[in-house]
Design a protein around this ligand. Structure first.
Ligand SMILES: Cc1cc2nc3c(=O)[nH]c(=O)nc-3n(C[C@H](O)[C@H](O)[C@H](O)COP(=O)(O)OP(=O)(O)OC[C@H]3O[C@@H](n4cnc5c(N)ncnc54)[C@H](O)[C@@H]3O)c2cc1C
Length: 339
């Protein structure tokens, strides 16, 4: 029996006071990841602080000077189907709809999506070593069954990947995460929010104890005309990405003026290499150009016995998604072409 107290916070200040008094307290939003981890006996919260009653973070608002502010407590479904997202940031809508199921997206929140934990099988299996679950015990995936694991940015301590779809689009769109913590407010650019495992794989991101994500800001640049999100996975729905790609392009004729490419399913964080995007500037939007960018993005990629295929799969996905981004109107809403 795991006794715990549950409290609803009516404001950010009240939520922060709870976590100050109870440093082991955990926030809950949609609960779709937290409750799973609890049932797997991986979390044992003694105090749950429910954020859903905190007013002010349940809306999507246009920002002065362009851009949007996505409240942390807006659900993934409400975000994906919001007219401002569908019209102005369709890449984000597509990526969210490629994830989970309708039921889960109805519960899952934007803040929680950024903080979901890896789907590495060994992390979920409390009977085997895992540095992410129990630092210093070792990584069972490195010599184990590593089909879903990282090919980029891994370390000798952890080869888990970050599983979000939404975050791959947010990385490509250069979102900014707004946080309120015990020391006040701060902003973290998306590229710096999630971290590589290094020698501290238990830490997924730059949050400090008690920090609350209040919103995610999208910059004025929308990439509403040429974009695509491609998710390749073992099952066509309700499965996490083996490799995913978010591509956003600004074109003049067939020439690329600006490009953003982020990969999911390949690293401990959404993977972006700005040099790969710069390579595309001024180039024709062709398979050859996207192939050059793919080589740059995959530079240094290292596979393990069961996931070597991901390197070639990622290269092909980048090329294919670049070409798909030229004609987003040909993609059915929410549809994912099969691999
Ligand atoms: C069966 C299944 C399939 C899925 N498939 C996919 C998929 O294909 N693609 C995909 O991207 N995702 C997928 N997901 C993951 C899902 O998107 C996440 O579980 C969800 O986004 C988490 O949001 P939540 O609000 O439920 O978070 P919660 O479970 O409530 O919280 C998750 C974590 O975030 C913390 N937290 C929540 N909100 C805040 C906040 N505002 N500030 C600070 N801390 C906070 C909590 O303390 C907890 O540690 C799947 C989930 C399930 C269960």
């Amino acid at each position: 029996m795991n006794n715990f107290t549950y409290t609803t916070a009516g404001s950010i200040t009240a939520a922060l006071q709870h976590t100050k008094r109870h440093p082991q307290a955990m926030y809950i939003a949609g609960g779709t990841n937290l409750l799973d981890l609890w049932k797997y006996n991986l979390l044992h919260p003694q105090t749950l602080v429910d954020l859903n009653g905190v007013p002010g973070y349940h809306t999507i608002e246009a920002k002065e000077g362009g851009g949007l502010q996505l409240g942390a407590l807006v659900t993934n479904a409400a975000t994906a189907y919001h007219p401002l997202i569908e019209q102005r940031y369709p890449l984000l809508s597509k990526a969210i709809l490629a994830g989970a199921s309708a039921q889960i997206r109805n519960m899952a929140t934007n803040g929680g999506n950024l903080l979901q934990r890896t789907r590495c099988y060994y992390y979920y299996d409390g009977d085997v070593p895992c540095n992410k679950r129990e630092p210093g015990t070792g990584c069972s995936a490195i010599k184990g069954y590593n089909r879903i694991h990282a090919i980029l940015g891994a370390s000798e301590h952890c080869i888990a990947v970050f599983p979000s779809d939404m975050c791959v689009a947010l990385a490509a769109l250069e979102a900014v995460v707004q946080i309120t913590g015990q020391q006040g407010k701060r902003s973290i650019p998306f590229a710096d929010f999630h971290r590589l495992p290094g020698n501290a794989p238990e830490k997924d991101n730059a949050l400090q104890a008690g920090d609350i994500i209040t919103s995610i800001d999208l910059p004025a640049k929308e990439f509403a005309h040429h974009y695509s999100y491609l998710k390749l996975r073992d099952r066509h729905s309700y499965a996490f990405a083996l490799v995913s790609v978010a591509t956003a392009l600004e074109l003049e004729g067939n020439e690329i003026k600006e490009a953003r490419i982020a990969l999911g399913g390949v690293a401990h964080k959404p993977w972006r290499i700005p040099e790969a995007e710069q390579l595309l500037q001024g180039k024709p939007a062709t398979a050859e150009s996207f192939a050059q960018a793919a080589d740059k993005l995959l530079e240094g990629a290292q596979g393990y016995p069961h996931n070597q295929f991901k390197i070639e799969l990622a290269k092909k996905a980048i090329i294919r998604n670049g070409l798909m981004a030229l004609h987003p109107e040909t993609q059915l809403p929410g549809a994912q072409p099969s691999a």
